[in-house]
Design a protein around this ligand. Structure first.
Ligand code: SF4
Length: 64
């Protein structure tokens, strides 16, 4: 499973970074970077929290 972000929807409010900093990070220009695309046993809970919290529904977990 992989993390997928629709960057056209993302409004760079950093909520996902707050919940899963090992996966999401805003760069110096406030663009969201996915640091770790793989959903693992270790990051799954945090990624799912970020999916639920994103006000733009920009994050999804996809097969692959
Ligand atoms: S929570 Fe959603 S809108 Fe906010 S930075 Fe993350 S992906 Fe973008």
């Amino acid at each position: 499973m992989k993390v997928k972000v629709d960057f056209d929807l993302c409004e760079s409010n950093a909520l996902c970074e707050a919940l899963a900093p090992e996966v999401f990070e805003l760069d110096d220009d406030d663009y969201l970077v996915v640091k770790q695309e793989d959903v693992t046993d270790e990051n799954r809970d945090n990624v799912e929290r970020a999916v639920a919290a994103c006000p733009r529904s920009a994050i999804s977990i996809v097969e692959g």
